[in-house]
Each structure stands twice: as structure tokens, then as C-alpha cells.
Design a protein around this ligand. Structure first.
Ligand code: MN
Length: 295
């Protein structure tokens, strides 16, 4: 009997979905269900549960918009996203890939279904997680970490007889000595778990960290409580160890981060520390200092 269990605070069913632009049909978990203060350093989590988009000659998505003060992490499970930004950067986030974009002092970008994918249509399944930046990095230079699936460091999970029963994609942080592929500005663990049915694994995170998971595919038991697909599990701060048993072949996204414990002033696409900094961001936006995207 492990006495250091990190208990579930609450299991949330997905919120009523809404569209971001016309290309992302999302259930918001943070801050709609769990506040950004309770999930600090995670300030936003939009979950596009698996959704079929009909073929379209005009790629659906969200047009030119700014970000400042945090990072956007896009994890593509199904479908492809094409992005372009004001620095001339751009690329495609393919199935299984992760894009870790540090908006920091500011980017102007657009996010659309990739053109050829859009022509075919299909199931679209995606996560966008916003990770707050410590105050001292909010106005640092923007950057991208485009992490193709084959470059995500993986830990192979095995059962007692040595058979492979899944793997942990260590997007950020560390699991069993395997370091995350992305670098972060504060301690964060972001793991994508692919689990074969009827196997149980444990994960430990420091007690003070904000910890949650999303069931992307399948059905699992978390500390012996059944959790269905598309549900969000928020854990208590106390305790360290969570146990995940896959009842079916499952995919689970687990996040755990050390709180920044800094004031949060959030307004639309800006997450800063003070209202004054939000005003500055709006002024910079209206005066064109976020730049423009070349078409
Ligand atoms: Mn964006």
C-alpha cells in the first residue's frame, strides 16, 4: 500500500465545445473547469476531441492573431496544422508531432488545417496547452521548437515478464531518466502515454506541482477510479504517485508543473503579470509592433 498517493481532486467531463476560428472545435478545460491559479503554470487548455471535418478547398482555421507572455504547445493526434508567423517562420504540425512555441515578447501568427489535408478532410484531434512564462522571460525573444514524433524521446514500458506494454513520450521534463525533447523555462513534465490494455503504470510528481491528465483515447483507471475518453482529471497537490491502468488500448496526456506563484493578468491572447503590461500589449498590437504575416 503506497501511502504517498496523489489523490484525484475531481474528474471533469468535457465542456460544451466551441469553435476557435472555424478550424478548431474545442472543449476548454483550463480555465473553464479548473482555474489558471489552480493549474499554475498552465493557463489554458483547449481540447479538440476527435471531430470529422468535411473536405474543404479553403483550409479552415484561425486567422492572424497575436500572443505575448507565454508559450503555446500544440499536440496533433489526428490531422495536420499549418502555421505561419510575422517573423517569416512557418511549418506543418503533422500527426504525432508537437510544436512548442515560445511567444514571449510577441508573435503574430495564423493556424490553419494543412492545405492537402483540408482537401481530403478527416478526423481532427488536437490539444493546445498554454504554459505561462516566468515574469523575467515574458519579454524575451520568441522561438519555436518543432518536434517531429520520431524526435520525441521515449521510455518503453514493460510488464513483469518483459513484454512491451506501451511507451511514454517525454515531451518535456523527465521520466525514468529519459529527458524531455522540449526545453522549458520552468520545471514542467509533459508526457504522452500510449498504453496497451490491461496494464498498470505509476508516475510520480513533486507534491507541490499542479498535475492533471486528459484521456485522449480509450478508457483508464486512475488510482482505481474509472475515467472515460475525453475526460480531464485534476489531482490534489498533496501526494506524489498516480497509478494509471489502461482498460483498453489508451492514449493519455499527463501534465505536471511547478507553480510560478506570480500575479496573472490575462486578457485574450496575452498573459502578463500586471494590467499595465496588458495595456502595453494592446498598444503594441494596435500600433503594429507585433508585425504582419506575409501572405
Ligand atoms: Mn495562436
Amino acid at each position: 500500500m503506497n501511502t504517498n498517493i496523489k489523490k484525484i481532486n475531481r474528474v471533469y467531463s468535457p465542456t460544451t465545445p466551441h469553435f476557435v476560428g472555424d478550424g478548431f472545435r474545442v472543449h476548454n478545460f483550463i480555465p473553464a473547469e479548473v482555474s489558471m491559479e489552480d493549474m499554475d503554470p498552465f493557463v489554458m487548455l483547449d481540447y479538440n476531441s476527435k471531430y470529422y471535418f468535411t473536405p474543404s478547398e479553403r483550409p479552415r482555421g484561425v486567422g492572424s492573431h497575436p500572443h505575448r507572455g507565454f508559450e503555446t504547445v500544440t499536440i496533433a493526434y489526428k490531422g495536420k496544422v499549418e502555421h505561419a508567423d510575422s517573423s517569416g517562420g512557418g511549418g506543418v504540425i503533422g500527426e504525432g508531432d508537437v510544436q512548442w512555441m515560445t511567444a514571449a515578447s510577441g508573435v503574430m501568427h495564423k493556424e490553419y488545417h494543412q492545405k492537402d489535408w483540408s482537401l481530403e478532410g478527416g478526423d481532427f484531434h488536437m490539444v493546445q496547452l498554454w504554459v505561462n512564462l516566468p515574469a523575467k522571460y515574458k519579454m524575451s525573444s520568441p522561438k519555436y521548437q518543432a518536434i517531429a514524433n520520431e524526435n520525441i524521446n521515449k521510455f518503453i514500458l514493460k510488464n513483469e515478464t518483459g513484454s512491451q506494454v506501451g511507451h511514454v513520450e517525454v515531451i518535456a521534463g523527465e521520466y525514468q531518466g529519459v529527458k524531455g525533447s522540449a526545453t522549458t523555462f520552468s520545471p514542467i513534465n509533459l508526457f504522452n502515454l500510449e498504453l496497451k490494455a490491461n496494464n498498470k503504470n505509476s508516475f510520480a510528481f513533486p507534491a507541490e506541482y499542479a498535475t492533471a491528465l486528459v484521456v485522449i483515447e480509450g478508457q483508464i483507471k486512475v488510482n482505481d477510479e474509472e475515467v472515460k475518453v475525453d475526460h480531464f482529471v485534476h489531482f490534489q497537490k498533496e501526494g506524489e504517485v498516480i497509478t494509471i491502468e489502461a482498460l483498453e488500448d489508451s492514449v493519455v496526456l499527463v501534465m505536471s508543473g511547478e507553480p510560478l506563484n506570480e500575479p496573472i493578468a490575462a486578457y485574450g491572447p496575452f498573459v502578463m503579470n500586471t494590467e499595465e503590461e496588458i495595456k502595453d500589449a494592446l498598444e503594441d498590437l494596435y500600433s503594429g509592433r507585433f508585425g504582419n504575416i506575409k501572405e
